[in-house]
Design a protein around this ligand. Structure first.
Ligand SMILES: Cc1ncc(COP(=O)(O)O)c(C=O)c1O
Length: 446
């Protein structure tokens, strides 16, 4: 065993990162080769030893050096300090005890990695038949073949021949739209948890591998879960020994008023996917954070197969990790979470006042995320016919008034930049009000 000095980049790397195409067991013993600097065709390790990189990284030569090391990869046990810094930071702020981090370039890939690790995990523990992935209708986890299969967006499956077999979808927690008259939020949550359990029993629990979900549904229309939903759903996942992937791509880094949506809703995931605000969108980077249970199974596979045969060329690209690290530092410096906790309620009440508008059936949100739903009849909750394109009409009038919204059917989801101020929220509300009034006038004129 080579000597790895405590607190060295090597030791910190061993404790925090999963490397592509690497024997994970050997890596724990031998540690990484640390790339400190690059210059033309040459790279230098942290002792200053020079190498000509005759493989050009993974066939990528970087002539323009960005910062110290314009490009390097994490394959075959190689590392660099910005990646280690970021992995450590993510582990230190994770909502539940976590063990390691895998890097990718997008939220889709973070979820794709997590889904592959579900299959790998169940193979490692001797249950290869446990393969089915359960997502939720209207859930969104990305555009790769597997992440869109886990998503419940029929428009994104159509004519792609997706979802792949073995991807199932349970009901999504849209209380306003789907509760039965007189049903409380708690009763609705119980019904959805029962429905998930029935799905698992129908499919055979021995074949159900994992549940994947966003703490708050973003692309589904900014849908916050009804009371007791998460505790009931998690109880079912645990009962059938399934892994739980929390897709924090939207919720992570403050959106819901805590660092993670998992903290806002007391989730205990085995894996977390994060992206977007991880670098404030400044660099394409995502991170999949995994717990010890998953990593232990991966070590077993390295003992058996000799190599963790997964990875992306740009995983942990030093420019992306350095930018993400700086982003998280700036969030801390600005007290971004505190800011969201201060302005979030202001947004909720500014948009909340439109609950009285004749077009609006529901306004509901958390932190800096809120959804409003337009209905034809506020008492019966009857929907407009899709042909009237009410959501699109509000969006059209919003744009005419200088407001960009995101509509999903007749629902509008708001997720403004985390730095938004109260004055800017007033402007959002003012412009939204004009758009709703113009839509209402247009509908009445039809
Ligand atoms: C919850 C969630 N997961 C995953 C993704 C996919 O991320 P990306 O577009 O970076 O691949 C998105 C994108 O909006 C998302 O909202």
């Amino acid at each position: 065993m080579t000597y790895v000095a405590p607190n060295s980049v090597q030791a910190r790397d061993i404790a925090s990162i999963v490397h592509p195409q690497t024997n994970l067991v050997q890596h724990l013993e031998l540690g990484p080769m640390v790339i400190g600097r690059g210059d033309g065709c040459r790279i230098y390790d942290d002792n200053g030893t020079e190498y000509i990189d005759a493989a050009a990284g993974l066939w990528c030569a970087s002539y323009e050096q960005m910062r110290k090391l314009g490009y390097y990869h994490l394959y075959r046990g190689t590392t660099n300090e910005p990646g280690v810094d970021l992995a450590e930071k993510l582990l230190s702020i994770a909502p539940v005890p976590m063990s390691k981090v895998l890097f990718q370039c997008s939220g889709s890939e973070a979820n794709d990695t997590a889904l592959k690790l579900v299959w790998y995990y169940h193979h490692a523990i001797g249950k290869p038949e446990k393969r089915k992935i359960i997502g939720r209708s209207m859930g969104y986890h990305g555009s790769t073949s597997a992440s869109i299969s886990a998503s419940g967006k029929p428009d994104m499956h159509a004519d792609f021949g997706l979802p792949f077999p073995g991807f199932l979808h349970t009901e999504y927690p849209h209380y306003y739209r789907h509760h039965i008259d007189g049903e409380s939020e708690e009763q609705f949550a119980t019904r959805l948890a029962d429905s998930l359990e029935q799905l698992i029993l129908r499919e055979g629990p021995e074949t159900c591998a994992a549940f994947i979900a966003e703490p708050v549904m973003g692309a589904g229309g900014g849908l916050t879960p009804p009371r007791t939903y998460w505790e009931k759903i998690q109880a079912v996942i645990r009962k059938y020994d399934m892994l739980f992937i929390a897709d924090e791509v939207i919720c992570g880094f403050g959106r819901t008023g805590n660092m993670w949506g998992s903290q806002t809703y007391d989730l205990k995931p085995d894996m977390i996917s994060s992206a977007k605000a991880l670098s404030a969108g400044m660099q394409p980077i995502s991170a999949t954070i995994i717990n010890q249970r998953v990593f232990d199974a991966m070590l077993d596979e390295s003992r058996k197969l000799g190599n963790f045969a997964h990875g992306y060329t740009y995983a942990g690209h030093p420019v992306t990790t350095a930018v993400a690290m700086e982003t998280l530092r700036i969030y801390d410096e600005m007290d971004m979470i505190g800011h969201v906790q201060r302005v979030g309620p202001y947004l909720q009440s500014a948009i909340g006042k439109f609950a009285d508008h004749p077009l609006v059936g529901e306004v509901r949100g958390v932190g800096l995320m809120t959804g409003i739903e337009m209905v034809a009849d506020k008492t019966t909750r009857a929907q407009f016919s899709p042909a009237r394109k009410v959501g699109a009409t509000v969006d059209k009038h919003a744009r005419a008034n200088g407001l960009i919204t995101r509509f999903v059917g007749d629902r509008i989801a708001f997720s403004p930049p985390l730095i938004i101020t109260e004055e800017e929220i007033d402007q959002v509300a003012d412009r939204l009000g004009k758009a709703l009034d113009a839509t209402w006038a247009e509908l009445r004129a039809q």
